[in-house]
Design a binder for this molecule. Structure first.
Ligand code: HEM
Ligand SMILES: *[C@@H]1O[C@H](CO)[C@@H](O)[C@H](O)[C@H]1NC(C)=O
Length: 324
């Protein structure tokens, strides 16, 4: 994938940034307090250290790139991008949408300990997760974006917020649109972000209803999935299948091509192309792959801006798994 188009947010001139900062003092726009050069003097090697950790983890296991991308999503949708999901206590990590499902905690721990060695107490776990998500997409062939930095880490986690804010795969199109609208995203941005499912794996328990109940599914695809995912729980619950049957380790637009072929793995995936209002956007991302990469990058920057803790709120955790 050639990445000629840059996300617009990468080019906010210094004067505009200052204006935004001034504006934020008046209206309290927390995300305007993040900046791409936040660690330029306090930890100039932060970004290269995170990148090395991601590149090494993804070269050992391609799926880890997908897992690190999802980790950022599941962090940001639950009380903002504050690394709350990394806390061992508080029940967020073991809430049903995350338990035995979200991966990558050890990779973040390793990166954090490398970063602590060079700049103790400076780089937040929330920023490490945000940068690792971007570096993962790039490691799997997607286009890059500039990560805004300066998030701080929460001192609390919330199982209740995880349960109510993370969209389940049983949602229909209107449920998906409203789950993302609740976080400030348009339906178009929801479709772009769902393109994340062009990488990674899902457990049988998450797609069993689709392969036994849905009718908008390719029959060969369905038969093959049923052979690996028995109809009655708990048999085969943890058996994995790729979210993108064509190229699960490439950050390309094959996810959307699958949807048109009725080969979406999750019920929620296929809902994006099922005769509803998002069909045209799915087709547009097939005919113009670069527009998917650009819209995805911009939506990721926006997701990364969800309710960050800044200034003196929260803390810089020493160990991402527990409060200081
Ligand atoms: C649109 C609503 C979404 C739903 C209903 C949904 C649901 C799911 C489910 C059920 C899985 C499989 C989990 C498991 O088997 O344990 C999954 C995996 C994944 N999701 Fe989503 N997701 C959504 C949006 C997103 C977004 C916005 C992102 C990232 C920005 C994302 C990134 C991923 C990735 C990369 C994986 C594979 C993870 C791995 O292999 O470890 N998803 N998702
Ligand atoms: C979508 O799901 C919601 C909640 O389950 C339901 O109320 C609604 O009727 C469904 N919409 C469509 C178009 O099926």
């Amino acid at each position: 994938m050639a990445c000629y188009l840059q996300p617009t947010s990468a080019f906010i001139p210094a004067t505009a940034t200052k204006l935004c900062l001034f504006f934020s003092l008046v209206v309290g726009l927390a995300s305007a307090q993040l900046s791409s050069n936040f660690y330029a003097t306090s930890c100039p090697k932060a970004l290269s250290t995170i990148k090395s950790g991601v590149v090494s983890a993804v070269s050992s296991e391609k799926r880890m790139g997908a897992s690190l991308l999802r980790l950022h999503f599941h962090d940001c949708f639950v009380n903002g991008c504050d690394a709350s999901i990394l806390l061992d206590a508080g029940g967020e990590k073991t809430a049903p949408p995350n338990d035995k499902s979200v991966r990558g905690y050890e990779v973040i721990d390793n990166i954090k300990s490398q970063v602590e060695k060079i700049c103790p107490g400076v780089v937040s776990c929330a920023d490490i997760v945000a940068v690792a998500a971007r570096d993962s997409v790039v490691a799997l062939g997607g286009c890059s974006w500039t990560v805004q930095l300066g998030r701080r880490d929460s001192t609390t986690a919330s199982a209740a917020a995880a349960n109510s804010n993370l969209p389940p795969p049983t949602l229909n199109l209107s449920g998906l649109i409203s789950a993302f609208s609740n976080k400030g995203f348009t339906a178009k941005e929801m479709v772009a972000l769902s393109g994340s499912h062009t990488i990674g794996q899902a457990r049988c328990v998450t797609f069993r209803p689709r392969i036994y109940n849905d009718i908008d599914i390719d029959s060969t695809f369905k038969t093959s999935l049923q052979s690996k995912c028995p109809s009655t729980a708990p048999a085969g619950d943890n058996n994995l299948s790729p979210l993108d049957v064509m190229s699960p380790a490439s950050f390309d637009n094959a996810y959307f091509r699958n949807l048109v072929a009725k080969k979406g793995l999750l019920h929620s995936d296929q809902q994006l192309f099922s005769g509803g209002s998002t069909d045209a956007q799915v087709k547009a991302y097939i005919s113009n792959p670069a527009s998917f990469q650009t819209d995805f990058a911009n939506a990721m920057v926006k997701m990364g801006n969800l309710s960050p803790l800044t200034g003196s709120s929260g803390q810089i955790r020493t160990n991402c798994r527990k409060v200081n």
